[in-house]
Each structure stands twice: as C-alpha cells, then as structure tokens.
Design a protein around this ligand. Structure first.
Ligand code: SF4
Ligand code: SF4
Length: 458
C-alpha cells in the first residue's frame, strides 16, 4: 500500500528536530520553486515561528498569484439523495441517524437545477450518500442527464463534478461516458486506524478499497480526480503528508495527480457532537495547512466550501484557494426548501451570502469571479491540463474566460449597477492581457456577449 503509517509518523517525529536553519533552507527551496520532498513538507508542518510563518504565507501567496492570477472559480453543490448505508461518525446522514430520508425525483432535480441557474451557476458538484438500492449508479446517470438537459433562459449547467462513493471500474466507466467533470472523493483520513474507527460496521470501512478508488477511476479513463480529507478526524499533519503521497502515487502510475484538493474542516451536524474528536483544527493551524498544500502542489486547484465563514474564505483566497462554492445549500432539495424556509442541511454552513454578494466582494478585493468550464469542454483534462498549467500558459485562457463568464453573469443576472461594475472591470483588465490576439478576441467576445451570444471561451 502506498500509504505507510510508520513512514509518515517517522517523518513527523524527525521533523520536530528541525532547526531554524533547516526551516529556512526549506523556505528558500520553496521560494525558488524547487519541488519539495516529504521531509521538507514535514518540516514546514512543524513551523511555529512567527517570522517563518509569515515568510511561508508570502511564498504561498506568490505561488497563488503567479499560477492562478486573479480568477476565482465558483460552483454550487447539489444534494440529491440522503439515503446512506454507511456509519461515518462525523456525518449527519449516517445510517443510525433517524430522520425521514429522501431522494429527488428527476422533476425535483430539474427544479433544483433551475433555481441554481437562476443564481447564475454553471458548474455543480453532485452529492449523494452511498446506497446501492435507493440510489444506484443508474440513478446517478439519470440525474446527470437531467442536469445537463435542464435549461432556464440563458442558464445552463456546463460542468458537473461528481462525488459518489468508491466504486468499481465498470461504474467509473459509466460516469466517464455520462460526461462528468471531476470525480471527487475524499479519503476523509489517511490514518488507517482512525479511518476504521470513523467508519464502523459499514461498506465504507474498507480503507484499502477507498484509498484505491482513484486508481480504478483512472483505469476507467477518468483523468480529473478531486481529493480531500476531513480535517479533524486524525492528526492534520499526517493528513497533509497522506495527501501528498497519494498525489505522487497517481502521478507515478497514471502521469497525473489530483486535479483539485478540498479542505473541509469538521463542522457540527445534526446528531454529531464535536466533543468526540481530539484533532479539531483551529484557525491558525488551518491557514498553515492550506499554505503548505499550496506550496507543495502548486498546480492543483484548491477548493473551499461554505463550511468556512466569509472572513476565513477571504483570507485563504490570498494564499491557496482557487475555487469556492457560493450560495450553497447542503440539504436534499435544499434550494427549493430554502426558498420556502425549510432547509435540512448535511452540515452547517457558515457563509450564507448569495452569489451576487460574494461576487461583489471578490471584485472589490481585486479578484475576477469566474464561471468558467472551458478546459473540460475543450478536452484539456488530466495530463494535457497539467502540461498547460505547468507551462504557465494556463493564465492566457483562465483570465479571459473568467472575464467572459463574469460579463455573461452580469448581463443575465446582474442589476444595472453590477453590469456597469463588471464591464468596467473587464475592460480595465483587458488592457493588461499580454497577448494581442487574446486581447482582441476577448474584446470581440465582449461585444458578442452584449449582443446576446453566450458561452464564449478559449
Ligand atoms: Fe454517508 Fe457520505 Fe455521510 Fe458517510 S459522509 S454517512 S458515506 S453521506
Ligand atoms: Fe479552470 Fe480551465 Fe477555465 Fe482556467 S480555463 S478556469 S483551468 S476550466
């Protein structure tokens, strides 16, 4: 097995002996963008000195800026079924929790999608519990078809990332054929004894089957996979090294590692008390973990959800996060229920602002909110995507696409004030586009958008 508990524990033990000079040497290496090895990452995980932390955040911030520019990609989760046969002790959907479970009919899925489209969303993360009887793969496939086929005025969902339980190569092939974006699966924890404890008496208890899910997905041809751990279940430093080693395993075996990493922290949920978890991650440590992941895997997108409050999300954008959810509901049928005031979420969210409030703040903070879904539709996935990202040329597509999708959002969902603000921003940014051909194309597209054409991207 590629995750070796003793090896990671030894790294963490040895790194506690690192001197200030050792830390400085790793920071210098990181600043020069020389790849970091496991030992280096372990050393960074032990940094407590204020000045060295400051330096670490600066390096992470610079990497973020150089690779991701100003764009922040926005998406929303869509929960379609809370049937679940598993017993994850940290989740409100675990099978011992008694509440009336439901899954959406296809008509209800379409209704949720129309509400999301009305909010301006183009990119969704499909979420459901594991239940081979009530929510089998056929249900997921039908749901995907419904999502892609549901339009509302100019609104359409252009990319659906899918978060379903670990499964077989055959089922991953079906997902691939259905046109999914990223396949998302969180390892929850890389620490096997904690993993077993957190998933008692259920299908998800098989650590190895869960850990090798991305291998099967890649064998099935899915080359964009999104990883994550639930910080708080085990030693968070162990988790960061686990993520890095898992990423390397995929790179070595399939030529491409994680497309994204999500960084959820344990949150209160119905029927779940936080007192039983000794490894909860406080704000300071959380920021450090995000910065270290950014430094260690510069080309892997990082995702934050509305579990975090507005201030924390804002801060993490500076040195790590490149994608965030907006206007999320984490309950099945939650968007409609929210409109009616009866939402029952999987976990509590902390940023309940509407997308337009979030967009306004992002623009005021100097970012370009983006609804871009171009890469997957242009076939820029897996290794091909990573080549483009690593060459640095990705910025020539990300920023113009962010600007086009922002303008499209403003025209379709913004009031006059927002339209004006968005247009002013994109026209100013257009002046900074270095390549003449791309600048001209963007300005042409801007006119086309204003004349009613949609979905323009490079
Ligand atoms: Fe089920 Fe997923 Fe919740 Fe576990 S985390 S109980 S698998 S919905
Ligand atoms: Fe993401 Fe590709 Fe769009 Fe850039 S161009 S924001 S990498 S989909």
């Amino acid at each position: 097995m590629f995750i070796n508990e003793k090896y990671i524990e030894n790294l963490l033990e040895e790194s506690k002996l690192a001197t200030a000079e050792d830390v400085q040497a790793v920071l210098d290496k990181a600043e020069k963008r020389e790849g970091l090895n496991h030992k280096d990452i372990a050393v960074l995980l032990q940094v407590e000195d204020k000045d060295q932390l400051k330096k670490m955040y600066e390096i992470a911030g610079q990497i973020k800026k150089d690779i991701y520019g100003k764009r922040i990609v926005l998406f929303a989760p869509l929960y379609v079924s809370d049937y679940c046969v598993n017993n994850c002790v940290y989740c409100g959907y675990h099978s011992c929790n008694t509440f009336k479970r439901r899954k959406l009919t296809q008509e209800e899925v379409a209704e949720e999608v129309r509400i999301l489209e009305k909010m301006g969303h183009k990119r969704l993360a499909l979420e459901l519990g594991e239940d081979p009887v009530n929510a089998p793969i056929e249900y997921v496939l039908e749901t995907l078809k419904t999502i892609y086929n549901t339009q509302r005025d100019n609104g359409e969902i252009r990319r659906v990332n899918v978060n379903i339980a670990a499964t077989t190569v055959e089922e991953y092939k079906m997902l691939k054929e259905a046109g999914i974006g990223t396949y998302i699966l969180f390892q929850e924890t890389y620490h096997e004894p904690s993993y077993k404890k957190m998933h008692p008496n259920c299908m998800k208890n098989d650590y190895e089957y869960h850990l090798t899910a991305f291998d099967r997905a890649m064998e099935a041809g899915i080359d964009d996979v999104g990883a994550g751990v639930l910080f708080g279940l085990a030693d968070p430093k162990f988790e960061v090294l686990g993520l890095m080693i898992h990423n390397e395993h995929l790179e070595e075996k399939y030529g491409v590692g994680f497309h994204t990493i999500s960084v959820p922290r344990l949150r209160p949920a119905k029927g779940v008390s936080l007192k039983q978890f000794p490894h909860l991650v406080d704000d300071e440590l959380f920021k450090k973990l995000v910065a270290i992941i950014r430094i260690a895997v510069p080309f892997t997108g990082m995702i934050i959800s509305t579990r975090e409050d507005a201030d924390m999300r804002r801060e993490l954008l500076r040195y790590g996060i490149s994608q965030m959810s907006a206007g999320s509901s984490t309950g099945v049928g939650g968007y409609k229920e929210r409109e009616e005031g009866n939402e029952v979420p999987q976990f509590k969210t902390s940023d309940e602002r509407s997308p337009i409030e979030i967009l306004n703040e992002l623009i005021d903070d100097g970012y370009i909110p983006s609804y871009c879904t171009a890469c997957y539709r242009k076939g820029r996935t897996g290794e091909r995507f990573m080549r483009l990202a690593k060459s640095g040329n990705i910025q020539y597509v990300c920023e113009p696409n962010a600007m086009s999708t922002l303008m499209e959002y403003a025209l379709d969902y913004g009031d006059d004030e927002f339209k004006e603000k968005a247009e002013k921003l994109v026209r100013t940014l257009a002046k900074d586009i270095k390549r003449d051909d791309i600048r001209e194309m963007f300005l042409e597209n801007l006119e086309k958008l204003k004349n009613g054409t949609r979905d323009l991207y490079v």
